[in-house]
Design a protein around this ligand. Structure first.
Ligand SMILES: Nc1ncnc2c1ncn2[C@@H]1O[C@H](COP(=O)(O)OP(=O)(O)OP(=O)(O)O)[C@@H](O)[C@H]1O
Ligand SMILES: [Mg+2]
Length: 278
C-alpha cells in the first residue's frame, strides 16, 4: 500500500516556482529520505506530502486517497523541537497522546507518555520544561512525542539538524530502533542534509535539486533515487565498515554536486523546463 504519495505536484510562492512535477511514492513500512541543498524546497515538499499545504497542481495522497489535512495516525518531527514551552516534557507528550487516543483514560495517557519518555532516556527529566533541557534532550522529547501516538506514518524534517555530531549519532540509533519496534513498521519520509544519516536510516534515498543553467533559477525536481540494500537497524559504523555504503555515498554526493537532472530520463528533463523569474 502506498502510504505517502505525491503525483505531478507543483508548488510556487508568488511568482516563483519552487517545486516542479514531484512524483513520490512511499510504500507501507518503507523509510525514504530526501537530501537536497538548503532552500531547495525540502520542507515545502514534506509539508505537501503531509497534507499541511496544498500543491498548486497535482495531488497529495495516502492509501490512494487525496489527503484532506494531516493524515490520521501520523506524526511529524521538526528540526527545532516545536515543544510547547510552558508545559513539562511529560505534559508535552501527554497532550499528543490525548489527541491520538481520545478514548483512553487520563491514567493511560500518562502511562503511555512516561513509557516513551523512558525509552528515549528521559525518565528523570519528565517534570522539566523545554527551557531547562539541552537541545538533544528537547529533540528526544519531540521524538518520544512523535512515537507515543504509535504512528503509522512519520514525517521527519531534519530532525537532528540542530544537534552536535555525537548526540546526533545516538538519536539516529534510537530513531532506527523505535521505527523497528512498531509492527508493522512505520512508514517514514525524512528530510536530511546528511547523506550519511540518510544511508544509515533509509531503504531508499532521493535527491532534490535544481538543474539550472547559469542565470536561471528553475524549480527543484526529485531524482529517481538510490536503494540502500542493508537490513535495518544498521550499525553506527556502517560508513566505515561497508564498501557498498561508501559507493552509495559517492553516488549520492555525485548527484548532489553535479545536478542529477543531466542524467535523468527525458521525461524528467521535460518536466523541469519551467521559465522562472529569479
Ligand atoms: N511560506 C512561504 N512563502 C514564501 N516563500 C517561501 C515560503 N516557504 C518557503 N519559501 C521559499 O521557498 C524556498 C524553499 O523553501 P523550503 O523551506 O521548502 O526549503 P528547504 O529546502 O526546506 O530549506 P532549508 O534547507 O533551509 O530547510 C525558499 O526559497 C524559501 O524562501
Ligand atoms: Mg527546510
Amino acid at each position: 500500500m502506498t502510504r505517502i504519495e505525491l503525483k505531478n505536484a507543483n508548488k510556487s510562492y508568488g511568482t516563483r516556482q519552487v517545486l516542479a512535477n514531484i512524483n513520490l511514492a512511499v510504500q507501507e513500512g518503507e523509510f525514504v529520505s530526501i537530501v537536497g541543498a538548503s532552500g531547495s524546497g525540502k520542507t515545502t515538499l514534506l509539508k505537501m506530502a503531509a497534507g499541511m499545504i496544498q500543491p498548486d497542481s497535482g495531488a497529495a495522497l495516502s492509501n490512494g486517497e487525496a489527503l484532506n489535512g494531516f493524515p490520521h495516525r501520523a506524526s511529524i518531527v521538526f528540526q527545532n523541537y516545536s515543544l510547547l514551552p510552558w508545559l513539562s516534557s511529560l505534559e508535552n507528550v501527554i497532550l499528543a497522546v490525548e489527541s491520538g487516543f481520545p478514548e483512553w483514560t487520563a491514567t493511560r495517557h500518562q502511562e503511555q507518555a512516561e513509557r516513551y519518555l523512558q525509552m528515549v532516556g528521559l525518565g528523570k527529566a519528565m517534570a522539566k520544561r523545554p527551557s531547562q533541557l539541552s537541545g538533544g534532550m528537547r529533540q528526544r522529547v519531540a521524538i518520544a512525542r512523535a512515537f507515543a501516538v504509535e504512528p503509522e506514518i512519520l514525517f521527519l524534517d531534519e530532525p537532528f539538524g540542530a544537534l552536535d555530531a555525537l548526540t546526533r549519532q545516538t538519536l539516529q540509533q534510537e530513531l532506527a530502533q523505535l521505527c523497528q519496534l512498531r509492527k508493522p513498521a512505520a512508514t517514514a519520509l525524512m528530510i536530511t542534509n546528511s547523506v550519511d544519516e540518510a544511508i544509515l536510516l533509509s531503504d531508499r534515498i532521493l535527491t532534490l535539486g535544481r538543474n539550472g543553467n547559469r542565470g536561471e533559477s528553475p524549480a527543484a525536481t526529485l531524482s529517481d533515487g538510490v536503494d540502500v540494500p542493508f537490513p535495518r537497524p544498521r550499525p553506527a559504523d556502517l560508513m566505515t565498515g561497508s564498501e557498498d555504503a561508501v559507493r552509495i555515498r559517492a553516488r549520492l554526493t555525485g548527484f548532489l554536486s553535479s545536478g542529477v537532472r543531466r542524467r535523468a530520463p527525458v521525461s524528467h528533463l521535460q518536466s523541469v523546463s519551467v521559465p522562472l523569474e529569479a
